[in-house]
Write a protein that binds this ligand. Structure first.
Ligand SMILES: C[S@@+](CC[C@H](N)C(=O)[O-])C[C@H]1O[C@@H](n2cnc3c(N)ncnc32)[C@H](O)[C@@H]1O
Ligand SMILES: [Zn+2]
Length: 326
């Protein structure tokens, strides 16, 4: 099935789908947890692979959950959706009384449902309230509130670190100057225009000048990097012997966290060289299946330009029982 998103006519294609399925091996059945259900593309392929495969699909976006639940209704009790943060995977599974997990998948970042929405503020292409919260029902801060509160240096740091934007200081200065004039930014259109004026728009630029700034603020407001490292440990703990963990990331900071967490779980100490004792939590509980990250083929990128920056890493649980130390 090809999902048409919000009537926009843009089909959502699950990124690195074939590679993900080859690594998860759902054809043998078992329980799979999709921590980032989104529109349910990966989950659908897992459920189609075997009549014995079951999926618990987690998403913190209730709109995505509604969408995916409808799409996957034909699988009956083999599919179950949960409105939660995947970083709470241990609690969610304990509450469902689910264990013996055969595979865990996270496909990080935003879905096209979110990005193409004309109301949720993820894109500079639509003028909308400057929100960008994945969980729009939470009482967490929106990007507009974040920009109204944070000191200038902190705004600059976020835009630099999460957006890899060289002109971050200048953008932060412009945002704060506007705020000090009593005109805080509340809409995506205002932010896109301010950034374009602050950094200038060269004809040779392939991206909109506000792309990096929007990405950075989205990562900050959703705290996308926090707790990712501990999540990898929790997901691995839940896996049964030979179970698979697969993570697809779209940002170098995210990929680095996943890479280091997998190495730690493969027994490699990640402590600074001169540390007298190991305190990073290294333990030999998995075998890494991707020495280098798997990236999309040229044809996938041509078909789905949003897959361009994807990196997939995976591991297999060893026969060690829980929390076996080194
Ligand atoms: C790239 S999309 C997933 C697309 C999905 N694999 C598919 O094939 O349709 C990422 C999804 O993860 C969700 N998400 C991101 N971070 C999350 C978190 N910490 N907890 C739960 N869901 C999260 C987003 O709301 C979004 O719907
Ligand atoms: Zn260590």
């Amino acid at each position: 099935m090809v999902a048409l998103v919000g009537g926009m006519g843009a089909p959502h294609r699950p990124v690195l789908l074939r590679e993900t399925i080859e690594l998860l091996q759902p054809e043998h059945g078992g329980l799979f947890v999709d921590g980032t259900l989104g529109l349910g593309g990966h989950s659908e392929a897992i459920l189609e692979a075997s009549g014995d495969a079951r999926v618990i699909g987690i998403d913190r976006d209730s709109e995505a959950l509604r969408w995916a639940t409808e799409r996957l209704a034909r699988f009956g009790e083999r599919f179950q959706s949960v409105h939660a943060d995947f970083r709470d995977i241990a609690r969610v599974l304990a509450e469902l009384g689910a264990d013996d997990v055969q595979g865990v998948l996270v496909d990080l970042g935003v879905s096209s449902l979110q990005f193409d929405s004309s109301e949720r503020g993820f894109s500079f292409r639509h003028d909308a309230p400057l929100d960008m919260r994945m969980n729009a029902e939470s009482d967490e801060e929106t990007v507009a509130e974040l920009l109204a509160r944070l000191p200038e240096e902190e705004i600059a740091r976020i835009i630099y670190e999460y957006g890899e934007e060289r002109r971050s200081r200048r953008i932060a200065r412009w945002i704060v100057e506007r705020r000090e004039r009593g005109e805080p930014i509340t809409r995506t259109g205002e932010l896109a225009e301010l950034v374009a004026r602050a950094v200038g728009h060269r004809k040779s630029d392939r991206m909109h000048p506000a792309t990096r700034t929007f990405q950075a603020l989205r990562i900050a407001v959703n705290r996308e990097l926090e707790g990712l490292d501990a999540f990898v440990d929790d997901a691995i703990d839940l896996l049964k012997k030979d179970g698979r963990f697969v993570a697809i990331s779209f940002h170098s900071l995210e990929d680095r966290i996943i890479k280091q967490a997998l190495r730690r779980n493969a027994g490699q100490c990640m402590c600074p060289k001169r540390a007298p004792v190991c305190s990073c939590g290294a333990r030999l509980v998995v075998e890494i299946l991707t020495r280098r990250p798997i990236v999309p083929s040229e044809s996938e990128i041509a078909e789905n330009p949003r897959s361009r920056s994807a990196k997939l890493r995976a591991c297999r649980k060893l026969d060690t029982g829980r929390n076996s130390g080194l």
